[in-house]
Design a protein around this ligand. Structure first.
Ligand SMILES: Cc1cc2nc3c(=O)[nH]c(=O)nc-3n(C[C@H](O)[C@H](O)[C@H](O)COP(=O)(O)O)c2cc1C
Length: 211
């Protein structure tokens, strides 16, 4: 019998057309949010936010800046992952406070770890921070899609959007964030032809190497 995880991964595909009448329950929404929150990040800094966009007017505006892709308005939920453009010393200090609170430590006990992070981010230029922070969001995206598949909730990972327009519509620039990647969440429409397409993947020989 096939492993249930693999069955879920074979069930999922990038949905093109959602059934707008079907909505994710609050309980499942919480599980999906937990999967994002529990995703690992470099040093644990979590330099991003996941914005769940419910406002129909905003979603309509975003659709206009997403190659007209209907998933943006028809999916039950739209998640926009936005990454911090920089990481500051204050961010590291706030994280260390969280470490201390979460683990019942005195703040002084976190100094070594905090200083280590600060020394590693200090030489980084602004141009290095952004791709680094954006990368973290893709790990959370992957965990979100895996979790959704196991709940039999459909997803579409999306890079087909205009970053600057998203940043402007969502007021991100002033907040020091930029749009990284988008994920539609919901339920496939019976008429979405893509659900009947066979998966196209490289063979194991092409994809894996053992040395
Ligand atoms: C980072 C990323 C961005 C993507 N952007 C889009 C997109 O904008 N629109 C879309 O319909 N599919 C998008 N896709 C879906 C891919 O085309 C799809 O995952 C790939 O063809 C494999 O097919 P499957 O996911 O259905 O198995 C994206 C996938 C990834 C991982």
């Amino acid at each position: 019998m096939k492993n249930t995880i693999i069955k879920a991964l074979e069930w999922r595909y990038a949905v093109k057309k959602y059934d707008a009448s079907k909505k994710i329950t609050e309980d499942n929404l919480q599980i999906l949010k937990d999967s994002i929150r529990l995703a690992p990040t470099s040093y644990g800094l979590q330099p991003f936010k996941a914005i769940f966009i419910e406002d129909e007017k905003i979603r309509e505006q975003l659709k206009g800046k997403s190659w007209g892709q209907t998933q943006v308005i028809d999916a039950s939920h739209l998640v926009v992952f936005v990454a911090q453009k920089q990481i500051s010393i204050a961010d590291v200090d706030a994280y260390m406070q969280n470490v201390a609170n979460s683990r019942g430590l005195k703040i002084e006990q976190t100094t070594g770890f905090g200083d280590y992070i600060k020394s590693s981010i200090a030489p980084m230029t602004e141009a290095q921070f952004m791709p680094w922070n954006v990368k973290q969001t893709y790990i959370a995206l992957g965990m979100l899609m895996q979790t959704a598949a196991e709940l039999r909730i459909d997803t579409t990972p999306m890079e087909g959007f205009e970053t600057e327009a998203y940043d402007q519509i969502l007021g991100l620039t002033e907040q020091g964030y930029t749009t990284a990647v988008v994920c539609a969440l919901g339920f496939r429409h019976a008429e979405d032809g893509n659900q009947h397409q066979a998966k196209v993947r490289k063979s194991e020989e092409e994809l894996f190497q053992t040395i």
